[in-house]
Every structure is written in structure tokens, then in C-alpha cells.
Write a protein that binds this ligand. Structure first.
Ligand SMILES: O=P(O)(O)OC[C@H]1O[C@H](O[C@H]2O[C@H](CO)[C@@H](O)[C@H](O)[C@H]2O)[C@H](O)[C@@H](O)[C@@H]1O
Ligand SMILES: O=c1ccn([C@@H]2O[C@H](COP(=O)(O)OP(=O)(O)O)[C@@H](O)[C@H]2O)c(=O)[nH]1
Length: 468
């Protein structure tokens, strides 16, 4: 079995921060199983970049990380990754900022990651680069002579061509993807958008999974990420989860809990969610005092202005809705800006009659799957899910809604609260089958098996020693 080298911006400590994102949570187990190395940013900064690599072995996961300079973080992570690519790829060109400094910083930091990873790579290794922070990295590793099998996975949506062309030098960026052997997306929709771009903007051709541009053919596939369903079921039965469940239920006094769990990100549709819930309270006075929405929203990317703005908007919106509907002994929204470890989250999910997952656009959304996995099979809750989350392609037995419509959200909440037990069980079973079948191991294998099967390029023959 070839060794796996994963390279991504964020490198998770398996028992690390409570609010780590889905990608970090998902990869730890995959690496542990393949005895690989995880290369990425330490999350720390240094005054002068030295290229020093910090090695660690955390719970069986080997990591190799580098510190970045403040300027790198500003231009690469806050800048090109989160002020340019993230909004653009989530269809928010109104929020996207195009600055040469960002693009320069992005390329500089990718060169730094290439310099870091290069000496660690052995010829038989399989290299798997993750996400929009590192699109050009594969090309940079090829430039350093690495002929390994190399894959790339995009965890966020691929935007429609008419939006992507607003990015300066878009073709230059996309052409670097052709350094990989296999590239993956969560859904057919993102894959189709990619193919459309390649045909329209690069004169490429598509033949099934094979995409060719300028004589180079790669595979482009849809491969939805999953969760560790078994571990999550166990987490839901852990002491921490049971205690959390008890605390939450005691605080509710027989009220029904609706739960949302999201990084505080404008793509997650939190403003629209609060407005949809307010609409429900307006339309359904009979439910007043009978429901509580707990929105867990750990702050994210707080140095980026659009994230500061969404935080301020939500602070005031939650206050306004609570001011309008609260009673001395009932607050309709519990708005919580702290993150929870996953065992406690599992207890919270299990306490909730409704999981409310309403992103405006989301590559996958692992919270939707975790909510399903944490339910009590004998009395499962109902998942209300945005049609625009990648997860909606698999979780078709959720109540699928348009998150931009407060009326649809209000109707779905009302329907979920009234849903009979047999319908809840039927829908949950179908969703749980999908969560269990296409779990994190399935995702990892589906992608890496495909990558491993690509023919490794023959290393260039050593020149024959000169004979006298
Ligand atoms: O690393 P951060 O800037 O704190 O952000 C956290 C992660 O957010 C994004 O997650 C995406 O990947 C998930 C797993 O595939 C997917 O379910 C979700 O829809 C995506 O938004 C980001 O893509 C990751 O790189 C970040 O680590
Ligand atoms: O307080 C929190 C909030 C979220 N998460 C985890 O963060 C991930 C969020 O992943 P998702 O795909 O839903 O969205 P992302 O944040 O990656 O865009 C999930 O595994 C959550 O369990 C967590 O551990 N604690």
C-alpha cells in the first residue's frame, strides 16, 4: 500500500479545537489508516519565514507544519483564499475582492508549501492536495520534478463559468489543475460546472470522467465526502453526550428544540435562517413558548470584514427577534458563539427535534450528516436541509427547502414539528443508510483507489554510464 501524503491549509490535531471545520475533522482518520504524513500550516506566525518544519505525531497522525509570516496570512489565507476565492466560489461576487497582492501572496505561500513538502516525498507516495487554498501546488511540485500520482479535492462548490470569468487570470489558475491526475468534487453539479468552464474557456474536451486540455488528460470525478458514522453514533452514546443531552432537555422544560450548528460564515445562511424562524413565529402563534432555536455559531475568519459584518448583523437580528417574541420565562433564540467538542455536539443534536441546516451554498455540509447519525433510531428528529448544500444530493429524505424563502422555512418547521413518528423513522432510516454507506472511509477509498489506479509515469531513465 502506497503511503499517502495529504497537503492542506489546515492541519488538525485529532483532539484539537472545538470549532475545527469539517475538512480537518474528516482527514485525521484517513491518514491514521494509511500511515501517511499531513503537511500544512501550523496556524502560527513567524517574523521571518525560515522554512523550519515542525514534526509531530498526534494520536497516530504524523504532521509536518510550517509557520507563515503575518503578510502571508493576510495575503494568502485572509486575502486570496477567503476574500477572493471563497466568496466567488460560493456565488458571492459582490463580496469578492480582486487584488494583485492577494494573488502574489497566494502563489508565494503555495511555493513555500511546495518547498516544505518536496523533500518529504518519496517516488511511490500518493499525494493528495486539499481545497481552494492550494490549487496551484500540484503544478509547483511537478516543477520540482515529482512524477508521483497526484490528486486534488475541492471541498467547496465550483462556480458557474459566468461567475468564474470575473476572476483575473482565471484560466492561468484553472490550468494548474491539469498537473494533477485526478481531481474531485463533492457533487455532479460542481463537476458539471468545471467541465463547462474547461470546454468554454479552455477549448478542452470531455469524455466521461476524462477531461483533456492541450494534450494533457486528467480524470475529474464527483465523490461526496462522508462522516465517520460509526464513531459519531458512539459519540452520541458517550457520557459527555448523555450529560449534554440531559442538561439541554432540562433547560427546555418540554419545549421542542431546533438546532443549527455552523461556523459563523455568510455562506451558511444564518441571517436567512433567523428570518425564516421569525416568519415561523409570526405565522404560528400556537407554537410560541413551545419551541426554542439554539444556534451554535463559533466565530470564523474574524479578520475578514465580511465575517465581521455577518457577526454584527446576527447579533442585532437575534436581539431583535428575541426582543419581539420573548417572555419573562421564554427566549425563542439561544444564540451561542462558542464551539463545542463533537461528543457534546452529538448530545445537542440528539436533543433536537429539528436539525436546521440552511446554507445558501455549501460544498457538502457535514453537520447535516452528523445530525442524522446522532439521532435516536426509536424517536429520530427531522432534518430540514437547504437544496443548495452538497449534502442535499444524498439526503433526499430531509425536508428540502429554498433557504432564501422565509415562507418555505416556516412551513417546513411547522411540518417537522407535526411529523408522525412513522414518517420520521422512515425518512431517518433512508438518510442513515446513505450516511453509513458513503461514510468517510468510503470517500477516502473512492478517491485514493481511483488515484492509485492511474498509471504512474515512468521515471526518466538514468543516462547510461559512458563507456571508454
Ligand atoms: O479552515 P477554516 O478557514 O477555519 O474553515 C473550515 C473549513 O471550511 C471549509 O469546509 C468545507 O469542507 C467541508 C468538508 O468537505 C464541507 O462539508 C464544507 O461544505 C466546506 O465548506 C473549507 O473548505 C475547509 O478547507 C476549511 O478547513
Ligand atoms: O462547535 C462546533 C461547530 C462545528 N464543529 C464541526 O465542524 C464541522 C463543520 O463542517 P461542515 O462541513 O458542516 O462545514 P465547514 O465548517 O467545514 O464549512 C463539523 O464536523 C462539526 O461537527 C465542531 O466540532 N464544533
Amino acid at each position: 500500500m502506497s503511503r499517502l501524503i495529504v497537503i492542506s491549509n489546515r492541519v488538525s490535531r485529532p483532539n484539537g479545537a472545538a470549532n475545527q471545520g469539517g475538512l480537518a475533522v474528516a482527514l485525521a482518520q484517513a491518514l491514521r489508516e494509511s500511515r501517511g504524513i499531513w503537511v500544512g500550516w501550523s496556524g502560527g506566525t513567524t517574523d521571518n519565514f525560515t522554512g523550519h518544519i515542525g514534526f509531530a505525531d498526534d494520536d497516530g497522525v504524523k504532521t509536518a507544519t510550517i509557520d507563515l509570516e503575518e503578510q502571508d496570512v493576510d495575503e494568502y489565507y485572509n486575502g486570496y483564499a477567503n476574500k477572493t476565492l471563497w466568496p466567488l466560489f460560493h456565488y458571492r461576487i459582490d463580496l469578492a475582492e480582486y487584488a494583485r497582492d492577494f494573488e502574489g501572496g497566494y502563489n508565494r505561500v503555495n511555493q513555500r508549501f511546495a518547498d516544505t513538502a518536496s523533500p518529504l516525498i518519496e517516488p511511490e507516495d500518493i499525494i493528495w492536495v486539499q481545497d481552494y487554498h492550494m490549487i496551484p501546488l500540484g503544478q509547483m511540485l511537478r516543477d520540482r520534478g515529482h512524477q508521483n500520482r497526484m490528486g486534488f479535492f475541492l471541498h467547496i462548490p465550483w462556480p458557474p463559468t459566468r461567475l468564474l470569468v470575473s476572476l483575473p487570470h482565471h484560466t492561468k489558475l484553472v490550468s494548474t489543475l491539469f498537473a494533477y491526475d485526478v481531481i474531485g468534487f463533492h457533487t455532479e453539479e460542481w463537476l458539471e460546472s468545471f467541465r463547462h468552464y474547461v470546454e468554454r474557456e479552455m477549448g478542452g474536451t470531455v469524455d466521461g470522467d476524462f477531461v483533456t486540455v492541450g494534450g494533457r488528460t486528467i480524470q475529474a470525478v464527483a465523490c461526496p465526502i462522508g462522516i465517520n458514522a460509526e464513531e459519531f453514533k458512539q459519540a452520541a452514546a458517550s457520557d459527555a453526550a448523555v450529560e449534554m443531552h440531559r442538561q439541554v432537555r432540562a433547560s427546555l422544560q418540554d419545549r421542542s428544540l431546533i438546532v443549527g450548528v455552523d461556523r459563523l460564515d455568510y455562506s451558511k445562511g444564518l441571517e436567512e435562517r433567523f428570518n425564516g424562524y421569525a416568519r415561523f413565529l409570526k405565522d404560528h402563534a400556537e407554537h410560541h413558548r413551545r419551541v426554542v432555536l439554539a444556534q451554535i455559531a463559533p466565530p470564523s475568519r474574524g479578520e475578514v470584514e465580511s465575517y465581521q459584518q455577518i457577526r454584527a448583523t446576527l447579533d442585532s437580528l437575534a436581539g431583535r427577534i428575541n426582543g419581539e417574541y420573548s417572555d419573562v420565562d421564554w427566549t425563542p433564540i439561544r444564540y451561542v458563539n462558542q464551539g463545542y467538542p463533537r461528543d457534546k455536539l452529538a448530545g445537542i443534536y440528539r436533543s433536537a427535534r429539528i436539525g436546521l441546516v440552511t446554507p445558501l451554498r455549501d460544498g457538502m455540509n457535514l453537520v447535516a450528516k452528523e445530525y442524522v447519525a446522532a439521532q435516536n433510531p426509536d424517536d429520530p428528529g427531522v432534518l430540514i436541509l437547504s437544496r443548495f448544500a452538497g449534502a442535499a444530493m444524498q439526503l433526499k429524505d430531509a425536508l428540502l427547502i429554498n433557504p432564501y424563502s422565509p415562507e418555505e422555512m416556516s412551513d417546513a418547521i411547522d411540518r417537522a414539528l407535526a411529523m408522525p413518528l412513522d414518517e420520521r423513522k422512515r425518512r431517518w432510516r433512508a438518510m442513515m443508510d446513505s450516511v453509513e454507506q458513503q461514510d468517510i472511509s468510503w470517500w477516502r477509498s473512492a478517491f485514493t483507489d481511483r488515484l492509485a489506479a492511474t498509471r504512474q509515469e515512468e521515471p526518466e531513465a538514468e543516462p547510461e554510464p559512458a563507456t571508454e
